[in-house]
Design a protein around this ligand. Sequence first.
Ligand SMILES: Nc1ncnc2c1ncn2[C@@H]1O[C@H](COP(=O)(O)OP(=O)(O)OP(=O)(O)O)[C@@H](O)[C@H]1O
Length: 634
Amino acid sequence: MSENKPAAETRTFEAEVSRLLHMMVHSVYSNRDVFLRELISNAADACEKLRTLSLSDPKLIEGGDAFQIVIEADKEAPSLVIADNGIGMDRQELIDNLGTIAQSGTRAFLEKAGDGAKGSALIGQFGVGFYSAFMVADKVSVVSRKAGSDEAWRWSSDGKGAYEIEPADLADAPARGTRIVLHLNPDNASYAETDTIERIVTAYSAHVPVPIVLKLADGTEESLADGSALWRKPKSAVTEEEYKEFYGHVGGRFDEPAVTIHYRAEGRTEYSVLLFVPSSRPFDLFEPERQGRVKLYVRRVFITDEAEILPPWLRFVRGVIDSEDLPLNLSREMLQKNPVIEAIGKGVTNRVLADLDKLATDDPERFVKVWEAFGAVLKEGLYEAPDRRDALFKLARFKTTTGGDSWRSLADIVAAFRPNQTAIYYALGDDAATIAASPHLEGFAKRGVEVLILADAVDAFWVRTALGFDGKPFQSVTQGAATLDLIPVLEAEAAKDKTSDEKPASEAALAALTLRLKQALGDKVVEVRGSNRLATSPACLVSPEFGPDRQLEKILASRDGAGGRSAQILELNPSHPLVAGLAAQAAEGGAAAERVDAAAPLLFGLARILDGEAPDEPAAFAKALAGLMEKTVA
Ligand SMILES: Nc1ncnc2c1ncn2[C@@H]1O[C@H](COP(=O)(O)OP(=O)(O)OP(=O)(O)O)[C@@H](O)[C@H]1O
């Protein structure tokens, strides 16, 4: 050991690590086995990282290129050792990796978990990594020697707030890589039993791409996993359990995969694919980077999980793509705009969409679960990938105003068109409940017209650019003339209208009212008109046919903080007693018509409120309303 090395140092864990460790130690989580899965996964990653680096720097693996994970158990101590000959960590990396929480996954876990029992139940779902060792050990010691370095470091801790870091003798350190010793606590001594280790490795780690060896007490070795690449095996040779175990390793997810896609493409570009569609949302689904997690291998060598092979709207897909054609020394620049990667991306995207479509036909219930989890992401493709629109429209499912709880396809919706209906109507909004309460839907409900409820943020974007489905354009219920005249009112509604003694405004009176209101409201509206969009509300606001949609503007305004609003039209319900009464006054002229002027801002404010907004001049609105109420009590 050289003189100028820093001596042993005790450092405290970052506060969040302490919290996590506390949770681990006091966890009532019953499946402690997962700690071994986590440590093996880290060891395998370390080997794969070095294998990749050695492609450009072969000196790094001078000591031997046979990567291996070795497990050693001592029943007497009791202790368990997990050693790898991978990349290793230097002093700073030990501090950064094992003293703080760098992983966004672990942070997300902490945020979700809170404290207490809920947290311990969640540990199994998230891979919370290295720190899970403290679920079974009173003390953990890590000796690591970074590949190519002549220094080794020991990190050790009892998991109670602090850890020690000190130089380690090279004689005690692995020639390369990391050796983790768990001093098992008495309750967990069974993890030093050969049977237990065999069972856990078979269940969780049998297909990590690095061989795993168990060193027995008599010095002999037993192979627990051969490190073969599962994705290269023929489908017929792989069981469901093996797929699930591999999904856990490669995707870092422990739910059931909803779809498993395993095939080999041959022809101009050759590659093996083993991909999974998860059955639940990963925590980072809506992070702004929209980063995919598919791992790219070249002839069994891990290259990167940052290549953009699949489009961002398939970022929930997990797994491996292994190319036969790419060079091993792929640089970052080469990953971009690479024709081979583009061809692979295209082929695999085709396949994922085709398999999802097949699922929709073969197992609609399961497909709906996938759509509930990832529909909002797939819909980004409707906007970003016009060439994929037809395939995505086939998959898309919607909640609608007449569909109740069921998810409806566009084909279902077109098949249920009412007589003379020519457009697919949609209502945009922040959430389904607000949309369903919108006055704009009244006339559609009265005619039994099914309206798409579009409550995902992405909806406002694709629906404006998509030209239509099956020759039917998409039309917003808050935009343009509602063209409902030709669609018959439902019989039950027509019967109600007949028995009602409400008299709609006459055409002449309505014309007088719209003219008067337009004069009174001035520039606030571009037009005032009667409409059959409404049934029970007196008035609403809509956008002109060719302007931006009101809801889209609202969404953009809430995002950018801009309040700008383009032209709007005030639509009146001629059958509403308030409108009919005002129309009669407008037609009468003179002092009666002046009452219309006074009512104009109130009517306009009301329409805004029905739209979920405040009146544009709240003080004036409140004053006018109070005046009106005063009259009713006078
Ligand atoms: N055996 C090892 N060899 C080299 N580096 C390691 C090893 N074990 C852990 N590390 C380093 O420590 C980091 C933290 O490990 P940890 O298990 O806590 O999280 P992770 O594996 O990165 O993410 P997660 O487990 O949340 O998916 C790793 O990212 C890696 O850089």
